[in-house]
Design a binder for this molecule. Sequence first.
Ligand code: BTN
Length: 358
Amino acid sequence: MENSKYMKTEILSILRRTKDYVSGQELCERLGVSRTAVWKCIKKLQEEGYEIEGVNRKGYRLVEVPDVMTPTEIENCLKQKNGSGGGSVIPAEGENEGKPENVGAGTRLQYRILYRDCVDSTNTWAKQEAELGAAQGTVMVADMQTAGKGRRGRSWASPSGHSIYMSLILRPDILPEKASMLTLAAGLSVAQAVREDPGLDVRIKWPNDVVISGKKICGILTEMSLQMECINYVVIGIGINVNQTEFPEELADRATSLCLEKGMSVRRAGVIASVLYHFEQNYALFLEKGDLSGLQEAYNQILVNRNREICVLEPGKEYRGISGGINEKGELMVKREDGTQTAVFAGEVSVRGLYGYV
Ligand code: BTN
């Protein structure tokens, strides 16, 4: 039996790579399916918003890709990042018939992408799926959240149409006290993705806010479930401001979006794929070293707080100092005004610039 999702991904990837017309005959041969099957597939893609031109005796050409975050689109973008031979995506249930065995297992994360238009919170959804046994590498993506969660019990405004709300399930075999390091690895992955494409000079505000020109574009909320003092699962929730052109007054001086900074709209699936691509590599390095020592340098290079005067806000006390980089545990090294050196652990602590958020 032909598998339509697999075919859609393959056809899209061929059309993307070719950029010119690809004849129906060639698509039939490369996929080993009938002309009708190819035509039906093209029709489905067009219904999903892909602008595909069909010209007699020339074939099909991809004219415009919509800003959708369907598994097909994200998988396609990931496939492009990994190169044509790579394959770090496994199809969602019922999507793998007719698809060749996935390669690249070993230590690599195998992503399984799930999408919904609207959820309460992708973190809540991910935790529900994790409780039901969802594998490490399962990624929940939504276009809108009705109860988006931020850190410290705050809410995360999550309207539809222009942002990324995603959560990733991990089941690392590490001590629970090391789980917070994963948040820093995730922040680094987002920063690396956005620096690459759309190519913005984003930086990290310790521990894991991603900022451009002193304003936040991404927040990360990590939640963990323990069983007999061992990690059952970790959910890393990532919210990225992508195509917003305005923010509520109370956020306007602290938040920005990729679109506002780049001056053009950005396709969300590409950003998600790039974050997943970088996280896969960072996660492997983290597991290999057992801490952040393999990521420390990359992180410190784009740490916005570095060598700056900061204010450390701990519950019940506040002090000033000069920030260094992070150590291998992800703690921020701070030289206090009295000359002593302190390693600040994220937990309940936050840092501010002396004159504002950064
Ligand atoms: C922060 O306060 O900075 C963290 C915000 C985290 C928001 C993301 S959006 C996707 C995921 N689902 C949630 O409910 N929260 C996280």
